[in-house]
Design a binder for this molecule. Structure first.
Ligand code: CMP
Length: 139
């Protein structure tokens, strides 16, 4: 398993709050290299597909409506121990519970509007970046 790559997505609330560049800076300062990057807008159907594992949960409609409400920035990031490092950098799902200094604590508002998504395993990371990028778009 290649533990150098992970998937990250900056969410629509960060675009609305104008915090995308500050979040990117935090990611770069933490030593990640950007290997793929694009801004796109998910349809509701695409958001439902991306978050398929959360189908049936009470927050599913809220989550997918929000994720299709504005632009997202999808990224393939490289660093040793990429998944664990990025998860630590962004902090817990709920910004109020995320540790001081983490991205969600700094830039998130609530559990839905939490600024960033990061893959929780190497297997999911590959599934998630393949959702946005062809092989040629990752260098
Ligand atoms: P993310 O890392 O994008 O992965 C799944 C998302 O579901 C998560 O961040 C949250 O934004 C959202 N989520 C998880 N739990 C809840 C919840 N209890 N209420 C609302 N949204 C949630």
């Amino acid at each position: 398993m290649n533990t150098r790559f992970t998937f990250c997505m900056i969410k629509p609330d960060a675009f609305k709050n104008d915090s995308v560049s500050d979040i990117l800076l935090e990611i770069l300062k933490a030593g990640f290299k950007i290997r793929g990057i694009k801004i796109t807008m998910l349809t509701k159907g695409k958001a439902e597909q991306f978050y398929d594992i959360h189908q049936g949960k009470d927050f599913f409609d809220r989550l997918t409506s929000f994720m299709s409400s504005g632009p997202v920035m999808a990224m393939v990031l490289e660093r040793p121990d990429a998944v664990e490092s990025l998860r630590a950098l962004i902090g817990k799902t709920d910004p109020a519970q995320a540790a001081e200094g983490t991205i969600r604590r700094k830039f998130g508002t609530d559990t839905t509007h939490n600024a960033v998504h990061a893959a929780d395993s190497y297997e999911n990371a590959e599934r998630e970046w393949s959702f946005f990028f062809s092989k040629r778009e990752i260098y």
